[in-house]
Design a protein around this ligand. Structure first.
Ligand SMILES: Nc1ncnc2c1ncn2[C@@H]1O[C@H](COP(=O)(O)OP(=O)(O)O)[C@@H](O)[C@H]1O
Ligand SMILES: [Mg+2]
Length: 246
């Protein structure tokens, strides 16, 4: 087994009185792809957001590559660079070109020279299939293209792990696969990934493990084939039956 890269131990997260993450123990190994699945409100986004400290945790510990999450300052900025995040909404800067969106972080945070950042960014834009769109503004691209740019932007920070929070759920159906294909190729290249998605095809093709959450807890973990064909918990069975009949 590869070494642990993201280790969550006994993590609790409260929003006021509301207990959003309960007793979370989760280890993601280097090169592993973990799909997180579960009903709306089960804590999937909160889980992702605690890993790059967009949310603080109430108690427990989260380590990335052996180091406890830093609380603030430069160490936190460095951590954010190590943990790439792709959201449902692409959040590209509307007034910057595609190329500028991808070079901004590397220039500001990694301290790259503009020419070097542009060279890397162009290669990444090629890799996600939008190399010819570099000089355009985000609004001139389709949703699927913008989401692929968002992936390139995250990769430009050379992250150790990539988090995806429902990256295809805001997309028109015909654009979903072009984004999933980029994610599948990343997985094949050995990127460590935590992916919140209900795309079972992606889970079957790319995931090593499915983690099922309900009411802030990890209820069940299994390889995708086993989870989808033979879920153990009643909550997972119930959830999957609703997913399939949609
Ligand atoms: N900032 C917040 N303040 C209070 N409650 C929140 C906040 N963010 C999320 N929650 C609550 O935490 C629960 C889990 O939310 P979330 O992690 O977004 O679930 P999921 O991504 O699985 O749909 C939900 O009940 C949600 O209402
Ligand atoms: Mg969510």
């Amino acid at each position: 087994m590869a070494e642990p890269l993201v280790v969550m131990e006994d993590v609790q997260k409260h929003y006021g009185d509301f207990h959003a993450l309960k007793d979370i123990d989760l280890t993601v190994h280097r090169g592993e792809v973990v799909v997180v699945i579960g009903p709306s409100g089960s804590g999937k986004s909160t889980l992702c957001r605690t890993i790059n400290r967009l949310e603080t945790i109430t108690s427990g510990s989260i380590r990335i590559d052996g180091a406890e999450l830093p609380k603030e300052g430069k160490a936190l900025a460095d951590l954010r660079a190590e943990v790439g995040m792709v959201f449902q909404s692409f959040n590209l800067f509307a007034h910057l070109t595609i190329l500028e969106n991808v070079t901004l972080g590397p220039i500001k945070v990694r301290g790259l020279k503009k020419a070097d950042a542009e060279k890397e960014a162009r290669a990444l834009l090629e890799r996600v299939g939008v190399g010819h769109q570099a000089e355009k503004l985000p609004a001139q691209l389709s949703g699927g293209q913008q989401q692929r740019v968002a992936i390139a932007r995250a990769l430009a920070m050379r992250p150790k792990v990539m988090l995806f929070d429902e990256p295809t759920s805001a997309l028109d159906p015909e654009m979903i696969n072009e984004v999933l294909d980029v994610m599948i190729s990343l997985a094949k290249d050995g990127m460590t990934m935590i992916v919140v998605t209900h795309e079972m095809g992606f889970a079957r093709k790319a995931a090593n493990r499915v983690v099922f959450m309900s009411d802030g807890q990890i209820v069940e973990e299994a390889p995708p084939e086993q989870f989808f064909t033979n879920p153990r918990s009643e909550r997972a069975k119930d959830f999957l039956s609703k997913l399939i009949t949609h």
